[in-house]
Structures are given as structure tokens and as C-alpha cells.
Ligand binder design. Structure first.
Ligand code: GLN
Length: 310
């Protein structure tokens, strides 16, 4: 295998002529202000190396990638009881869909669609005020990436609060089934702030490293979750991390991954590395267009697919 730095430099130059492709999310007005012609990629390896190319140091909006870290916190708080509140099956529907909730009595299909993430936020909120839970979550991300400059972009949080009608509907609908305990304002206060994190590819790759290393952060030596739990979070990322594009992502890339409408994707190559890519233009199902292609190139050029014989 060629040197990883050469591989990602090659991916960046192959994609450079296409920067700006895809459609930037504009249903959250503040996200529409982002320059679409940006692309960053960063790889943190379990043996302590770090490789970056493009705009890997530019902070972007974490959005739904936050759902992986909030699930980790919720599992830490109440363990397997999480699965009484959300399922573990791919939804085959859009990330913000409400349709399955009625048939399934307010239990969302999985923790990575919006409804599921709102139920997870409700779990993390238990026993705290929203601002305490937001602080706990922010510190968790800073600890994982060993970087205190990760921040919450209040403009993005306010923009979502002002326009997140569908998320309010999801929270109220689940509350009618008894699957949300806190007021919609409190639970969505946490949810919108978790999504509004400003983070760079370089920071995100480090934050996800524990998922590639049996639950341990190999750089700091901290044990974050058990090996079994890391494996299970990876399984959910593979099956549900890209909404109704999850099958396609598994087919083309073959790595557990979680996307966000800010254009970021966190992917995990178990035993090898954590990879963060970012490019704001999205494909039809709301996943980064060039980010997905970059990961396909990376998986092909490294042979890192979890479906390959290693
Ligand atoms: N905050 C976004 C929303 O609730 C997250 C969606 C996403 O990244 N897919 O719509």
C-alpha cells in the first residue's frame, strides 16, 4: 500500500476539479452560508499517526455525526435500557421522517434518524438541566479529541431552533406515546446544540478513534467504552449511519460511517483508523457527495473495507 499521505493527497487532487458539486443544505438557513467549494480529509491511525489534506483544519457543522457521540453517552448512562426507547433497524426512510413512528408506537427505528436521536437526547437529559447536559456533551467531545477548541456555534443552534418545525413535531409526537419525558423545548435545546458543534476533520478523526481501537483512545490511553460496545456502535453506523443511503454506502465504501447535513462524514476502519471527511455539497439523500466519493476512493486504495479478507 502506498503511503497514506500520498493516498489522501491523490484523492484531494482527483476531486479538486469537482469542488462545489452537490447541494448545500439550506433548510437550516445558517448552513446555507457555507462556501461549497471546500473539501477536507483527515485520518487518525490507531498507531498514533495523523494525516490530513485540503481544508482539514477548517471547522464545519457536526450535525448528525453528533448522534454517534450522544448514543455513546446514553449507553454509558443507562446501558442496554437504551433499546427500550429506540430500535436498531435501518429505516429506509429520510433522516427526518415521521411516518414509521405511528405504526411503531413512538419508538424510532434507530438512534441515527432524527426521531431516534431526539429520544437519545431525552435519555442524556435525565437528571440535568439542558445547559448542564450540553456542557457534559461538549466536554466529552473535547476529551475524546484532546482539544478544547471544539465549540458550539450559537448561530447554527439559533437558526435550527427557529426553523426546526419538523423536529418539534417528532418530539411532540413521541411524547404523545410516552417516549419523551422532557418538554420539547428542553430536549430540542440539547439536540440543536449537539448538532451545532463546530469541529474540523482533524479534530473529528481523533474524536472517533476509540471506535477503531476496541473502545480505547490509543493516543491518551483512556478507555471510553468496552470493546463490545465499540463493535456494536460500529455495526449501527454501518447499517443506519447514512439513512436511506446506508446500503449504498456499505456497497461502495464498506466501512461503518455516520454523515451529517453539514457535509461531514466520520468513518471507522476497525483496528486501523478513524477517518473524517468534509465537503458541504450533499447528494439526494443528504449525505456529502464528494465526501462519500472520497471514502470510496480511500477504501479502494487502502483495501480497508470491512468486507475484504485482511
Ligand atoms: N440538525 C439536523 C436536523 O435535525 C441534523 C440532520 C442531519 O445532519 N442529517 O435536521
Amino acid at each position: 500500500m502506498a503511503d497514506l499521505q500520498q493516498i489522501i493527497d491523490g484523492i484531494f487532487s482527483d476531486l479538486a476539479p469537482r469542488l462545489g458539486e452537490g447541494k448545500v443544505a439550506d433548510y437550516i438557513p445558517q448552513l446555507a452560508c457555507v462556501d461549497p467549494k471546500q473539501f477536507g480529509i483527515s485520518i487518525a491511525t490507531v498507531d498514533g499517526h495523523h494525516y490530513s489534506a485540503g481544508d482539514a483544519a477548517v471547522p464545519f457543522s457536526l450535525q448528525s455525526i453528533s448522534k454517534v457521540f450522544m448514543l455513546t453517552l446514553a449507553l454509558g448512562k443507562i446501558g442496554e435500557a437504551v433499546w427500550k426507547r429506540v430500535g436498531r433497524e435501518p429505516s429506509g426512510s429520510a433522516f427526518n421522517s415521521i411516518v414509521q413512528l405511528e405504526h411503531e408506537h413512538g419508538i424510532p427505528r434507530n438512534p441515527f434518524i432524527n426521531a431516534g436521536a431526539i429520544a437519545i437526547a431525552d435519555i442524556v437529559l435525565a437528571g440535568s438541566q439542558p445547559r448542564e447536559a450540553i456542557g457534559e456533551y461538549l466536554r466529552f467531545l473535547q476529551m475524546l479529541s484532546d482539544d478544547d477548541s471544539i465549540y458550539i456555534d450559537e448561530k447554527v443552534a439559533r437558526s435550527e431552533t427557529a426553523t426546526g418545525f419538523r423536529n418539534y413535531a417528532l418530539a411532540q409526537f413521541m411524547r404523545s406515546f410516552g417516549n419523551i419525558e422532557h418538554s420539547a423545548d428542553h430536549v430540542l435545546g440539547l439536540y440543536f446544540h449537539q448538532c451545532a458543534i463546530g469541529i474540523s476533520c482533524s479534530q473529528l478523526a481523533r474524536a472517533g478513534l476509540f471506535l477503531a481501537a476496541d473502545g480505547r483512545n490509543p493516543l491518551t490511553g483512556h478507555s471510553i467504552v468496552s470493546a463490545k460496545r465499540a463493535r456494536r456502535i460500529n455495526a449501527l453506523m454501518l447499517t443506519c449511519g447514512h439513512y436511506d443511503g446506508s446500503g449504498d454506502f456499505a456497497y461502495h465504501v464498506g466501512l461503518p460511517g455516520k454523515s451529517g447535513v453539514g457535509g461531514g462524514i466520520l468513518a471507522v476502519a476497525p483496528g486501523r483508523a478513524s477517518i473524517a471527511v468534509w465537503s458541504p455539497g450533499l447528494n439526494r439523500v443528504g449525505n456529502s457527495l464528494l465526501g462519500s466519493e472520497a471514502l470510496e476512493m480511500l477504501a479502494t486504495r487502502t483495501g480497508w473495507s470491512v468486507f475484504a479478507a485482511h
